[in-house]
Design a protein around this ligand. Sequence first.
Ligand code: ADP
Ligand code: MG
Length: 695
Amino acid sequence: MTNLPETFGSMVFDDKTMEQRLPKETYRALKQTIRLGKSLDQNVAGVVANAMKDWAIERGCTHFTHWFQPMTGITAEKHESFLTPARGGVIMEFSGGELIRGESDASSFPSGGLRGAFEARGYTAWDPTSYAFIKDGVLCVPTVFCSYGGHALDKKTPLLRSAEALSRQALRALRLFGNQEVQKVIPTLGAEQEYFLIDRELFERRQDLVLCGRTLFGARPPKGQEMEDHYYGSIKPRVSAFMKELDEQLWRLGIYAKTEHNEVAPAQHELAPAFTDVNTAVDHNQLTMEMMKTVAQRHGLACILHEKPFAGVNGSGKHNNWSLASDAGVNLLEPGDSPEQNAQFLLFLTAVICAVDEYADLLRVAVATAGNDCRLGGAEAPPPIVSMFLGDEITAILESIMEESEYVRRDRMEIKVGVHALPPIPKDATDRNRTSPFAFTGNKFEFRMPGSAVSLSGPNFILNTIVAEQLRRFADRLEGAEDFNGALQSLLRQALKEHKRIIFNGNNYAEEWEQEAARRGLPNLKTAVDALRCFTAPKNIQLFARHGVLTEEEIRSRTEIMLDSYCKTLRIEALTMIDMCRKQIMPAASRYGADLCRAALDKRSLSPEIDAGYETELCARLSSMNALLGRRVEQLERELLGVKDQETALACGEYYRDVIFVSMQEVRALADGLEAVVAEEYWPYPAYARLLFGV
Ligand code: ADP
Ligand code: MG
């Protein structure tokens, strides 16, 4: 890559391109649409579509697609060519109608009962707030995906709705402080993406990795991550070449890939982009995951995005750095320099504290997948208990507000804290606490529970909505107040007192925290199934309905889809296990046993003097271990038949969690026991040591 500023965004129909290629009027109308969410005139759309098409054709495109994010969590596209037959030949066309709206059969995408087979059509609608781009020679137009009845069938719709709701309420809060200029408040997101890279040839020799994205078997290697020699270590040449190409691809797509480093586990890495508005950031994260996989393939590598691909070493997460910005780019979670600015900061901070406490269950729902269950709570990732880290300094300031007591500043000066007399809030006040699920990191919050594979739409539409709700309540109370400062002071005091239980600055990995959290009454939703049953709680249905983010029907359908996906994931894993045991592991152990047996016989027939103890004892041990595994596999298979007796999606999820998952762990323990004793040349797939240290 020669010229970064020139190549950056070269595959994106971005603001600069639009300004260059659109007539002034059209450009202005489109900007209005983007900035204020105004609907776009058909004629304007026609002009935009035409300019987009010309731009795309110049870059070698022959097709376009509405690019959308169905409930599968990955992205979907159906390519259509620009080609239109005309007078015996063809012309290239792309109309405003085609840009704005697409119809798709799409009946195989999960809808959780929202779209019966009789009404299988769904439609996609252009999201002009996320730029169109070219991928693989196809013009991709970001879109939302809805049913004919207007129900959201995708991940983007609630995210867009929630950002609007949050902006609406945040503006009310800003007006209270006399701010009349801001027209829109934008949630911002920086998504740190963790992943594993292993040799592709080794990857393909493991059915569990190919089908499930994680290893279902694998004895612990002699070396794991205990030496801590991988973290921030120098990057191996093959990995470095991968990262270079990945950066180039992402930059072309206008994705601000910024830092890359080795993570804690061997073969684990991380990519962090510079933050941007939440809608773009979520789209970019989806594209980043896709690019990681394709670029890895070109380098003879496999990129693994699963939350826990290897037992015994760290899993992968996706840290969700979230804040709020005004349309002028001012960060609303940045402590200010003056008491007034700090009062506003404290209002927003308190809103987030109340939101996280009251809707901790929803934040847990946002990260509820079968894969993440393998990671959360393993003393490598936050526990399933949501709590907040604020750091000592901010906690002390909040305490003195609650207690109406003196606050001792860093310079030892004591001041009475109130909205009239707020201490300067130190910007570096937050020391790092890596164990917290939800940490204030100076001017943003870092939500660390999302797993590496999840679409960040879920965590963010929930975060946006729960904060919007608190801001709504605050604004309702403060808008009519005669003495604003007095009312604000007492509101903050009361709200903090009510919700301070969510603040925990200690070690979230410690066992005592679980007990302490229980004493505080914080929910401890250990598994995805436990979490998902909370989604439809009346308070949550009311919340999403009030802010127009999701209807009750849409919530129920989403719950259903998430439970279904949990069950399917476990089913595929269980079946893969059975298959690998029957076709690979047990035959291998048996073959090795038979060879040992033959060797023992040979020795004996040569001379009874020769000691065949090694062969005989090992063979006996192998035989009984293998027989045990065989019986356990049969039991798992029988248990899978029990699924059909479960009547609801929830019952099904519980059955998988309590019966199948437990059984799978037992099967694994037996198989891993065999791996530890069977000679390497007999073992049917590459062992952990080669996977983790093989690149
Ligand atoms: P770390 O030490 O965890 O790498 P950084 O400050 O480098 O912390 O930021 C980590 C992530 O947080 C980056 O993706 C960055 O873009 C993002 N980030 C920084 N400021 C904001 C903000 N105001 N809103 C959202 N994300 C942010
Ligand atoms: Mg981080």
